[in-house]
Write a protein that binds this ligand. Sequence first.
Ligand code: ADP
Length: 455
Amino acid sequence: MQTIFLDDLYRAIKTVGIERSADFVCDHINDEDIVSVLDEMHRQNDMRIEVYDTTSGMTFYLLYSSGSKNDWRQDYLPHQLYSYYSDTKLNGGEQLFSEEKNPPNEFDENNFKMPKAEHKRGVNLTCVRVLENGNKELMIMLHSSITPIESTVTTLRFILIIITALLILLSVTMSLVISWKFSKPLKDTNEKANRLAHEDYSVAFDSQGYREIEELNATLNYAAAELGLASSLRKELIANVSHDLRTPLTMIKGYAEVMRDIPGEMNEENLNAIVDESTRLSNLVSDLLDISKLQSGAVPIEKKVFSLTLCTSDILSRFATLSQQQGYSFSFESDGEFFVFADKSRIEQVIYNLISNAVNYSGDKKEIKVTEKHTGDTVRVEISDSGKGIEPEKLAHIWDRYYRADKNHKRAVIGTGLGLSIVKEILDLHGAHFGVVSKVGEGSTFWFEIGTVKP
Ligand code: ADP
C-alpha cells in the first residue's frame, strides 16, 4: 500500500491541508490574535501565508506575510499577483494553483546534485481566497510545496522486496522444520500402530517431539498393554476351557467304558465319579453362561428386600458337609440382622463364590471366617481365609475373566477362573463397593459393602 499509494496520498493530504487552512484563515481573519495564529500556522505547517488588500482591484497592498522573505525563493511580479487574483475572482473567490517547481539552476550547487527527475516532480501549491471583509476586499494566499518522495517510495519498495524475500525464505524454512517435527513422530506412531493392528503387542510407542504425540503414545502404549493382556487371557481361556471341558469328559468316558467292559466295575464309587465330573462340567458351562448374560445385560436384576444375615448363614450351612468330611472350620459373626434391597439369588451367588474361593485357597489351616459389620448406611461383608494369600502384583487382575493367579492349572484346585468376575459384575450392577485385602502367607479377606434397608 505504501509503495503504491504513498505519493498520491501525500499529495492528497497536502492539498486538503492547505484548503482547510485557507478556510480557517478566512473564518478567523477578523480575530484579534490573527497575526500570531498565522505565524504559528506558518511555523507548524511549513506554509507561507500572505494577506493582500485588493480593494482597489489594481494595486495590491501586502498586509501580512509570514516568515522572513528569505524563506521563500519566489517573489511575485505584479502581473503574476494579478493573474492569481483575477483567476480566483473568476472562480468565485476560491482557487487552488498547483505549479511545477522551476527547473534546477545549473549554477546552483545545491540543486545541481539533485536527481533531475525528482526535482521536476516538485510541486508548489498555492491556495488563494478572495473575500469581502467589511468595506475592504482581501486576498489570502497560502503557499506550500509538495516535496517529491519518489526516492522514499523507491527505498520503501526496495526494503519491501528484501523483507518479502526474507519472509518467504523464513516461512519456507519454518514450514519445513515444523512439518518435519510434526510429521516424523506421527509417521513413527502410525507405523507402530500398524504393527499393533497386526497383533504385535510388544511394540513400544516412544516417539517424542511435542506434548500431544507423547499423550497419544501413552494412550497407545496403554491400549497395547491391555490388548496384549486380553489376547493372552483369550489364549489362556481357550487352553483352560478346553482343558476344563476335556478332562471331565475323558474321565466320564473312561469310567463309563470301564463299567461297560468290566462287569465288576459297575459300582457306586465309579458312578459317583461320573456324577462329580458331570457336575464340574455343568458348573463350568453355567458359569460361562452367567458371565455372558450378566455382561450383555440379558438378565435384568430383580431387587427385593431380604435378610442378608439369614441368606449368609443359609449358604454357610450348605458347606456343613465339607466341614464334617474334610475338616474345614467355618465361623460367622454378625453385628445384627441386616436387610438389603438387592437381587437375592445374585447376592447369594456372590457370597457363595467368595466362600468357595476361600475354601479352595484356604490351604492347610482350613479356617474360613465370615463377618457382617454395620458401617453407616451399609453393611460390610467380609470373607477371610487363612490360605497363602495373593501377591500384590496379581491383586489387580484377579477380577478379570479367566484369570488365575496360579498359572499352573492344577486339577486339585476347583475353579473356572470366572468366579470373581461374576462377583464383580453382580456387585457393579448393584453399585456396591468391593475389594480384597491379602497378605502372602497369611490369607485373604474379600469384602463388599451394600446399602441396608429397614425390613
Ligand atoms: P477360580 O475359578 O480360578 O477360583 P476366580 O475368578 O474365582 O477363579 O479367582 C481368580 C483367581 O484369584 C484364582 O485363580 C486365584 O488365583 C485367586 N483367588 C481367588 N480367591 C482367592 C483366595 N481366597 N485366596 C487366594 N487366591 C484367591
